[in-house]
Design a protein around this ligand. Structure first.
Ligand code: EPU
Length: 440
């Protein structure tokens, strides 16, 4: 296994391109199952989760070919119906095969995802929504086994806006007979991207981007003639903006959509950063001190839970008390304990974290518990005095394309080394080694 070493304290400067969004790429790749034929997707990020998704689709009988950020995928035939435990335990998004497989093939078997580092994360809403369309489920040996005859449109209300829940039920409803009305849907840009993709396949969906989706079922969908381009990653973009903010630098992220980042931009401005935008880029600069700020995570367009950890790292560098309230997941402050090891003064009470910012962090060896926690620790390390080691890099590989390369090109002293490496001189040598010209 690898770890990341960082020699902190340098302002990051320059331009970096945002990759395609992980949380759009995974549902879109899986949604190709509803339309038999050859699909082409563009701006697909090179991530461990993308590879896991393609290997899952391969195991269902749908081969794929990756060429840079383009993926060709042949869903002409579905040969198997099962998403096995060894895939689902690596990637919860595997549960998204339920909707499209039940709609197209009438059967799907998915290992029931357990809880994870950020919460219990049940899938009851996915199953209830699919049941409303006529699917039946049994639980056998840790697997949810779904069967369906002809699906019928239904009027269904989610108990809470759920991103993958909305995506799963929507992707089945597009092939159901008659009209479905899905209420209290998630409105995240990644759900919107899936809607646009399904429309490109021939689906009829009204209310895209609102909490009520009305779907007129069609009997058949087919791959679009042109490659479909995945929306850019607003969470990766936000993470690079925080990298500029936390190091007192100046970074422009291109291929980004500032309209999807309103609440993150507001938080950075209240922390004292200067944000400038064009329709396709966003730039964050900071020269003065960081001010404390408050945020509450909420479904889109509220502040994204996937940026909460990164902002907690930033709050450690502010001078004064910041408050962060997490309303989406019940256990998403695991990074706080690691930030404390770097000198962060953070108190927690239920879903409220108060960060008593002292304006500095010091380098340490820290361990990431999940993807966004890993990103937060890398950000903290970029600003900390001295050397840090961030262990369990596989979390970052799941969701950030070439993060080390991108940060190095912005001037960070950062490298990836083997976990067993302990020698500080070798860390420095790795950080000084020329960067292999990047994959993307
Ligand atoms: N929930 C239920 N029952 C359900 C579904 C959800 O109780 O059937 C609850 C969850 O436990 C949570 C809340 O509803 O408390 C919202 O969860 P949601 O279903 O929206 O989360 P998700 O679909 O499992 C996606 C992203 C997450 C992101 C959340 C929230 C993907 C593949 N994952 O998860 O991304 O944090 O939405 O925006 O889209 C990440 O990228 O690091 C990540 C964790």
């Amino acid at each position: 296994m690898d770890k990341i070493v960082v020699d902190g304290g340098r302002p990051l400067r320059g331009t970096v391109r945002a990759s395609g969004a992980k949380n759009a790429a995974l549902p879109l790749l899986i949604a190709t199952l509803v339309a038999p034929g050859e699909h082409r997707l563009a701006n697909v990020p090179a991530l461990a989760d993308t590879s896991t998704t393609l290997s899952l689709l391969g195991r269902l009988g749908c081969p794929s070919l990756v060429d840079g950020d383009q993926v060709r995928l042949d869903t002409s035939r579905i040969a198997f119906h099962e998403a096995p435990y060894d895939v689902v335990r690596k990637m919860r998004a595997s549960v998204l095969v339920l909707g499209p497989m039940l709609a197209r093939a009438g059967e799907a078997k998915v290992s029931l995802p357990g809880g994870c580092a950020i919460g219990t994360r049940p899938i009851d809403q996915h199953l209830k929504g699919l049941e409303a369309l006529g699917c039946r489920f049994t639980l056998e040996g840790g697997y949810v086994h779904g069967k369906a005859g002809d699906l019928r449109g239904a009027d269904f209300r989610f108990d809470m806006p759920t991103v993958t829940g909305t995506e799963n039920v929507l992707t089945a409803a597009v092939l159901a007979q008659g009209t479905s009305v899905l209420r209290n849907c998630a409105r995240e840009p990644e759900v919107v991207d899936l809607c646009h993709f399904l429309v490109a396949l021939g689906a009829r969906i009204d209310g895209i981007g609102t909490e009520t989706l009305t779907i007129e079922g069609v009997s058949r969908l087919s791959p679009p003639t042109r490659p479909y381009r995945i929306v850019s990653d607003r969470i990766e973009t936000g993470t690079f903006l925080v990298a500029a903010a936390i190091t007192g630098g100046d970074v422009e992220v291109t291929d980004a959509d500032p309209a999807l980042l309103g609440s993150v931009i507001d938080a950075l401005r209240s922390a004292g950063c200067t944000i400038t935008t064009t329709p396709t880029s966003v730039r964050c600069a900071r020269s003065g001190p960081l001010r404390p700020f408050s945020l509450v995570t909420a479904p889109f367009p509220g502040f994204p839970t996937d940026m909460q950890a990164q902002l907690m790292a930033l709050a450690c560098l502010a001078e004064g008390d910041s408050t962060l309230v997490e309303t989406i997941f019940e256990n998403r402050f695991m990074h706080a304990a690691e930030l404390r090891r770097m000198g962060g003064r953070i108190t927690e009470k239920g879903n409220l974290a108060t960060v008593h910012g002292t304006g500095r962090l010091s380098g340490a060896a820290v361990m990431a518990s999940d993807l966004r926690a890993s990103a937060a620790l890398v950000l903290a390390a970029l600003a900390a005095d001295g050397l840090s080691e961030v262990l369990r890099v596989y979390h970052l590989d799941r969701g950030y394309e070439d993060m080390v390369g991108k940060l190095r090109r912005l001037g960070a002293r950062i490298a990836r080394v083997s976990d067993g490496e302990r020698d500080a001189a070798r860390f420095q040598a790795a950080m000084d080694a020329p960067l292999l010209e990047a994959s993307g």
